[in-house]
Design a protein around this ligand. Structure first.
Ligand code: S0N
Length: 291
């Protein structure tokens, strides 16, 4: 570690300068979207602290737009996902918006669009770090689980509530949990709906580290800066590789897409395209058939 730091230098711990972003001129109502000036870090915050940062369909729509922007912005290398205030990361779906066929807002049309958000985070080719203070429960617990890394404050509380409030997430909410904490613990967590404190969650493998609440953002930014020192392509391929088996065909598609992306940048890949555009036969003879 010492020699690493001699070569690379200590990771700076100063607070970043956050700049607010909007959605192509439109202000967000349910979230805050920021980028740290000159750092390659984006921060997406659910901004409904009075409802313990529970999400309604509008919240999820805004989150998806912000995650999409962070994905498309090639200066951004890592994304922090968090909740406003110290009482909750997210308390799941806003129960007052739950209707007969899902969560409905202005248009009275039920949906579970948080499932699309889960997939988006999982497939986003940049690390997403959940920064958790307070409750991460119900669908909010699933959201931290689909993130790549979770940094928890010492006041964080984790749990599922579905079987208590008449719902369940039998998708990623079940399968990713089983992967993270193992089949017995996953059954315990879902069947009993107990809440777990940060130190227990760390022991269970639900979170990467626990820090004092007042150090939460400093530590999370430090992890982001450490990731930002490393190769973006290596991290991109590793994220898809780490998800590939569990995500089946879509996992293969993601990692295969990374392969294609890399191939496009080679002379061999360009020879195929150029020969087509130049209306000649491709000449692949100069490219080695590697062992
Ligand atoms: C988080 C808890 C433990 C916090 O307790 P605390 O600190 O005592 O605060 P409260 O006084 O309870 O809350 C403050 C105010 O916030 C409101 N509020 C909190 N959470 C919600 C919520 N989820 N929906 C609506 N309102 C909420 C309180 O009502 C209170 O308001 P006022 O001040 O006006 O009284 C505690 O709040 C708690 O237990 N919350 C509920 C947790 C919960 O059960 N969440 C829903 C679980 N279900 C989902 O998330 C489902 C969504 C989903 O992701 C999904 C995905 C795939 C497939 C299926 C589903 C599905 O299950 O539908």
């Amino acid at each position: 570690n010492d020699s690493y730091h001699r070569v690379h230098g200590e990771v700076p711990t100063h607070a970043p300068q956050w700049k607010k972003c909007n959605d192509s001129g439109k202000e967000f109502t349910d979230i805050i979207y920021e980028k740290a000036v000159g750092e390659g870090i984006a921060k997406i915050t659910i901004n409904r602290p009075e409802r313990r940062n529970s999400f309604r369909p509008q919240t999820v729509k805004e989150l998806m737009r912000a995650f999409n922007d962070a994905r498309d912005d090639n200066t951004i290398g890592v994304i922090i996902f968090t909740g406003k205030g110290t009482q909750a990361f997210c308390s799941g779906g806003d129960q007052s918006f739950r209707g007969k066929n899902g969560y409905a807002d202005y248009d009275d049309f039920g949906r579970l669009n948080v499932l699309d958000l889960q997939v988006q985070i999982r497939r986003l080719p940049k690390p997403v770090i959940a920064m958790v203070a307070g409750y991460a429960v119900g669908g909010g617990h699933v959201l931290h689980m689909v993130c790549d890394i979770t940094i928890a404050a010492d006041n964080a509380v984790f749990g599922q509530t579905g079987p208590k409030v008449g719902s369940f997430d039998a998708g990623y909410g079940a399968s990713i949990m089983d992967r993270l904490i193992g089949p017995k613990r996953a059954r315990e967590m879902w069947f009993m709906c107990r809440f777990y404190k940060a130190d227990e969650a760390e022991k269970m493998g639900l979170v990467n580290t626990v820090v004092p609440l007042e150090k939460l953002e400093e530590e999370t930014v430090k992890w982001c800066r450490e990731i930002m020192r490393n190769s973006p392509m290596a991290i991109r391929v590793l994220k898809s590789a780490l998800n590939a088996i569990d995500d089946g065909h879509s996992g293969l598609q993601q990692i295969a897409g990374d392969g294609t992306l890399l191939f496009y940048g080679t002379e061999e890949g360009s020879e195929g395209k150029n020969s087509y555009l130049e209306r000649r036969k491709p000449d692949f003879s100069r490219f080695p058939r590697l062992p």
